[in-house]
Design a protein around this ligand. Structure first.
Ligand code: NIG
Ligand code: FE
Length: 411
C-alpha cells in the first residue's frame, strides 16, 4: 500500500537518522520543507522532498495537502493512562480550598485511585483505558509511555501492567510500559515503609520481570512519598532485571532526585517544577532527558518547569502530558505544546522538538519515531489549513488536526 501526500505547505521535523535528540540552541531549529511531498509505503516513510522534485510514481492513494502542515505524531513519554474511575470530587475539593497535599493526607489522591483500581476487573480496566487511548490517538499521539502505580499490591500492579500489554498488542500506536510500584505508600504499610519496599523488591519486581511486563522502572521521589535512599534501593534492585529508570522528581521539592536518577543513568527525569542548586550540573554531565509536564502545572496551579533555564544552559527538554486522574486528567499533547509556548516561553520550534524527537528519546524509540526520516514509521499528523506552524500553539484549545496516520494507516 503506497500513499502519497502532496502539495504539503510545510513538512516539519525533517531529520537525518543519526539525530537522536536536540539540545540547547539546536532546539530552536525545526528543519522543514515548504511545498513538499511525502511517500508512505505500508507502515514506513519511504521518501519525501520538494514537489518540484517529485517524479512520476504509482500510488494507491494520493492526498492533497494544500495549505496544510504535516508533522510527526506526538511522542508522549509520561502517562498514567491506565486507571479506574476518576477523581473529579478532589478537583472540586481543591476549588473549595484544599491542597493536593491535604487531599492525599486524607487518603485521597493516589490511594483513592488505587482503591478504585483494586476493585476493578482487568477487562473493565482495559475497557476504561482504551477509550482514552483512542482519544489520544485522534489527538495526534502516535507513541505513549504508560505507567503502573495505581495498583500498589502485587496483584493489582500486575493487572495494570497486563492491561498495558494488551493495549500494546491491540493498538497501532507504540507503547512502552513502566513499573511504578513506588508511587505511594499503601495504608497497610503506613508505619512500615521498609516492608513495602521489600514487597516491591522481592515480590513485585521479579514477577514483573518474569512476565516481561515493563521496560522501565519509576519511583515517585518526593517528600512524603519515597526518599532518595528508597529510590536508590529500588533502582539498584531493578538493575538485575535490566529495567531502565525514568523517575518522578522535583515536583514539589528538590530533595536530590535528579542526582540519584543521573547516577543510575535514568533515561529521563520528569516533572522538575522546582530545581535545586546543582541539579542542572548533574544533568549536563548525563544522557538523561529532562521532561516537563505543563498540563500538570496548569491543573494543580503549581510552578511550571523552568524551560528557559534548562534549554538556555544547553540541555535538551521533552514535553509530555502526565495523563492521570489526579494531577492531569488530559492527554492532549496539542494543549501541552501550546501551554509550553504560552506559560514556559518555549518557542514553537522548541516545543515541537520537545514533543516529538525528544519525547521519542525519552522512551528509547528515537530510531523509529519522532521525526520525518526515511525508514522511520509513518506516524504523521496532517493539519487543517493553517497559515503557519506557529498558528498551532497560538490558537490554543482549538483542534487543528485534519487526519492522523499511525503505522501508515488513518486513525
Ligand atoms: O505525575 N506525581 C505523581 N504522580 C502523578 C499524579 C498522581 C495522582 O495524583 O494520581 C503525577 O502527577
Ligand atoms: Fe506522573
Amino acid at each position: 500500500m503506497a500513499i502519497l501526500l502532496q502539495n504539503i505547505s510545510n513538512l516539519l521535523q525533517v531529520r537525518e537518522q543519526h539525530i537522536r535528540k536536540v539540545s540547547g540552541i539546536e532546539m530552536n531549529e525545526l528543519p522543514s520543507i515548504k511545498n513538499g511531498y511525502l511517500l508512505i509505503e505500508d507502515d514506513t516513510i519511504l521518501d519525501f522532498g520538494k514537489m518540484e522534485d517529485l517524479g512520476s510514481i504509482n500510488t494507491d492513494e494520493t492526498i492533497d495537502c494544500s495549505g496544510k502542515i504535516v508533522l510527526p505524531t506526538w511522542c508522549d513519554s509520561h502517562t498514567h493512562i491506565v486507571y479506574a474511575g476518576n477523581r473529579e470530587q478532589e478537583f472540586v475539593d481543591r476549588i473549595n480550598g484544599l491542597t493536593y497535599e491535604e487531599i492525599a493526607n486524607r487518603g485521597g489522591g493516589i490511594l483513592n485511585s488505587a482503591k478504585q483500581l483494586q476493585a476493578t476487573s482487568e477487562d473493565e480496566l482495559y475497557k476504561q483505558s482504551i477509550r482514552r487511548i483512542e482519544e489520544v490517538m485522534r489527538l495526534g499521539t502516535g507513541a505513549v509511555e504508560i505507567k503502573s502505580g495505581y495498583g500498589l499490591t502485587t496483584e493489582a500492579e500486575l493487572k495494570m501492567l497486563r492491561v498495558i500489554k494488551r493495549i500494546k498488542q491491540d493498538f497501532p500506536l507504540k507503547v512502552k510500559a513502566t513499573f511504578l510500584g513506588a508511587h505511594a505508600l499503601p495504608k497497610k504499610y503506613k508505619n512500615d515503609k521498609a516492608a513495602y519496599l521489600d514487597l516491591i523488591i522481592n515480590d513485585m519486581l521479579p514477577k514483573v520481570a518474569k512476565e516481561e511486563l515493563a521496560q522501565f522502572i519509576d519511583v515517585f521521589c518526593e517528600k512524603g512519598y519515597f526518599s532518595v535512599d528508597d529510590t536508590n534501593r529500588i533502582l539498584s534492585a531493578s538493575k538485575q532485571y535490566h529495567l531502565i529508570p525514568k523517575i518522578h522528581v522535583n515536583q514539589f521539592n528538590a530533595i536530590g532526585g535528579i542526582q540519584v536518577g543521573v547516577e543510575h543513568q535514568a533515561l529521563s527525569v520528569d516533572h522538575l517544577e522546582v530545581l535545586g542548586n546543582n541539579d542542572l550540573e548533574f544533568l549536563k554531565k548525563s544522557d538523561t532527558m529532562p521532561v516537563a509536564l505543563p498540563s500538570c502545572s496548569y491543573f494543580l496551579g503549581i510552578p511550571y518547569t523552568p524551560a528557559r533555564t534548562i534549554i538556555d544552559c544547553g540541555l535538551p527538554l521533552a514535553l509530555a502530558t502526565d495523563y492521570n486522574p489526579g494531577s492531569t486528567p488530559s492527554g492532549n499533547m496539542n494543549f501541552v505544546v501550546s501551554t509550553a509556548c504560552i506559560k514556559m516561553k518555549m518557542t514553537p520550534e522548541e516545543a515541537i522538538n520537545a514533543a516529538t524527537i525528544n519525547g521519542a528519546y525519552a522512551m528509547g524509540i528515537e530510531a523509529q519515531y519522532g521525526s520525518v526520516t526515511r525508514g522511520k514509521k509513518a506516524n504523521l499528523i496532517i493539519t487543517k489549513k493553517v497559515p503557519s506552524y506557529a498558528f498551532l500553539p497560538y490558537a490554543f484549545g482549538i483542534n487543528h488536526i485534519d487526519k492522523v496516520l499511525i503505522n501508515g494507516r488513518f486513525v
